[in-house]
Design a protein around this ligand. Structure first.
Ligand code: C5P
Length: 222
């Protein structure tokens, strides 16, 4: 019997990757971070000085780009043309530019194709913005994670402080709000809840509560 496919979508900072990683681990499924793929392309395009508003130019860059999501002893790593860029793709420069790259049709067509190949045999937890609506429209379980913008900024703030980075709460909040606006208002595959997705508001939930709730739905559908 084919293993389940689980789609997790939602706005920036709602906890998708933390939760998706843990759900995948508990089910021994593969975790696929599609945001990391858009980030890797953005990082490369910035390095090359490509025009981030030119879909055709980005498509040419992408066609010559190898992106691998690999498991390491410490967790996950993103390999861009063989080089580990896991940290580079999380800088604010990449974060604040990724929505421009992700709005290009040419980029999305190729990314969705690659993501569908990765998900082909099931047994996957994939997180992103358009997974339930476009990448895995037939996923057995679709989750849409939301949380207030204050809470999402607070989580990002604490994450940065814990890592020893500087953080400005108000700035983080406005950057998150702006990225959501761009992701929700773009023409191609905007961020939205699939009709058959289960919405979970994580504002006052712990990570463990979100994870066990998703595992419960997964068990129901297995
Ligand atoms: O999930 P993460 O915050 O790393 O995603 C970075 C960006 O990549 C998002 O803000 C969005 O612009 C884009 N993205 C997307 N579709 C996905 C995943 C991410 O457009 N499936």
């Amino acid at each position: 019997k084919k293993l389940l496919s689980i789609a997790i979508d939602g706005p920036a900072g709602a906890g998708k990757s933390t939760v998706a990683k843990q759900v995948a681990e508990r089910l021994s499924f593969i975790y696929i971070d599609t945001g990391a793929m858009y980030r890797a392309l953005t990082y490369k395009a910035l390095l090359k000085g490509a025009d981030l508003n030119d879909g055709r130019e980005l498509e040419i860059v992408l066609n010559d780009t190898d992106i691998k999501l690999v498991i390491t002893n410490g967790g996950q790593a993103v390999l861009l043309d063989g080089k580990d860029v896991s940290e580079e793709i999380r800088t604010s420069e990449v974060t604040n530019n990724v929505s421009f790259v992700a709005r290009q049709q040419e980029v999305r067509t190729e990314m969705v194709k690659r993501q569908q190949l990765l998900a082909e045999s099931g047994g996957v937890v994939m997180d992103g913005r358009d997974i339930g609506t476009h990448v895995m429209p037939n996923a057995e379980l679709k989750i849409f994670l939301i949380a207030s913008v204050e809470e999402r900024a607070r989580r990002r703030y604490e994450e940065n402080i814990t890592k020893g980075f500087e953080a400005d709460f108000e700035l983080l909040k406005s950057e998150i709000a702006l990225r959501d606006k761009r992701d929700s208002e773009r023409e191609v595959a905007p961020l939205r809840k699939a009709e058959d997705a289960i919405e979970l508001d994580t504002t006052s939930m712990t990570i463990e509560e979100v994870v066990s709730s998703i595992l419960h739905y997964a068990k129901e559908r297995a």
